[in-house]
Design a protein around this ligand. Structure first.
Ligand code: HEM
Ligand code: HEM
Length: 239
């Protein structure tokens, strides 16, 4: 078992790449989009148009993350961090104080919960309307009853969203207070090698990985463009 020790920062210490650039960009763009969607829904009125823009951006970013979780580099892959409840309990009992490369087993559950919840929220938003002047891009393709149901579900989860975000930020603050900096790696991608278990391998983050991510992002960008066009240029399905 390797133990995590707090040491003074050493800028020249060897580092390992843990978070590839596409995963980091995904994270910070998602943070902006979700924050934007929540601020604009609370402002209401003319800001609803921006709620839809941020919501669609969140939706395609999350689709990107799901595909990246299947084909992306080591620590971005679901197969690397998704684990069983038994292994999570074993981690908490024996290894909770040690530094983990990538998401630790407990963090992995909250990451999955966030990805699921935000994907669910943005998918239901695609079919929602406010009966006044805003409608999701796919609302026109389903019945009024379905729109009403999905709008109710979409509006229901607001406090769940705040709760999971508070948990996320609280956990990051907790680890920071314990001396385990998680934010910097999500910015630069790197973790000092001496803080990681020996034998930890770095994640690939070369131009091929980034080119692959760019191709995927362009395809999903086209999807976002289409959804935006449907949301703002299609006739309203309510009068
Ligand atoms: C609405 C705002 C935010 C959302 C929706 C969000 C969502 C997420 C998600 C989905 C992940 C998993 C990353 C992945 O594997 O793809 C993650 C990880 C992470 N987030 Fe956020 N985040 C938000 C704000 C923030 C902020 C403000 C900070 C910093 C203060 C932050 C710091 C981190 C860090 C450090 C990780 C990596 C945790 C680890 O090492 O396991 N997040 N976040
Ligand atoms: C796919 C993109 C999205 C579209 C088209 C969309 C559209 C809408 C519409 C039309 C409403 C008004 C419903 C009503 O008046 O009852 C609404 C409400 C709401 N949306 Fe979205 N949304 C989207 C994504 C998101 C995302 C990503 C979030 C947050 C993470 C979010 C959070 C909310 C919340 C909390 C409400 C309820 C506000 C309330 O009832 O006070 N939406 N959305």
């Amino acid at each position: 078992m390797s133990s995590y020790q707090v040491r003074p920062p050493n800028k020249t210490a060897p580092k390992l790449r843990i978070w590839d650039l596409p995963t980091r960009l995904f994270h910070w763009l998602l943070a902006v989009s979700i924050t934007g969607a929540l601020i604009t829904i609370n402002l209401g009125g003319g800001w609803m148009e921006w709620h839809v823009r941020f919501g669609i951006a969140s939706f395609v970013l999350l689709l990107f993350r799901v595909v990246w979780g299947l084909i992306g580099p080591r620590y971005a892959r679901f197969s690397q961090f998704v684990t069983t409840p038994a292994k999570t309990i074993a981690y908490l009992r024996h290894n909770a104080g040690s530094r983990h490369a990538g998401h630790n087993p407990l963090g992995a559950w909250s990451v999955l919960a966030m990805l699921f919840l935000f994907l669910f929220q943005s998918s239901t938003g695609l079919f929602a309307n406010d009966d006044v002047m805003t409608q999701g891009p796919l609302a026109q393709f389903v019945s009024n009853d379905t729109v009403a149901l999905l709008t109710r579900i979409h509006s229901f989860s607001e406090y769940l969203l705040y709760a999971i975000l508070a948990l996320h930020l609280g956990a990051i603050a907790f680890y920071s207070l314990r001396g385990e900096a998680l934010i910097q790696p999500m910015v630069t991608g790197d973790v000092p090698k001496h803080t990681l278990p020996s034998g930890t391998q770095s994640a690939r983050d070369d131009w091929r990985v980034r080119l692959g991510a760019l191709v995927l992002a362009l395809a999903l960008g086209a999807l976002a463009w289409w959804l935006w066009d449907l949301a703002f240029n299609a006739p309203m399905s309510f009068s």
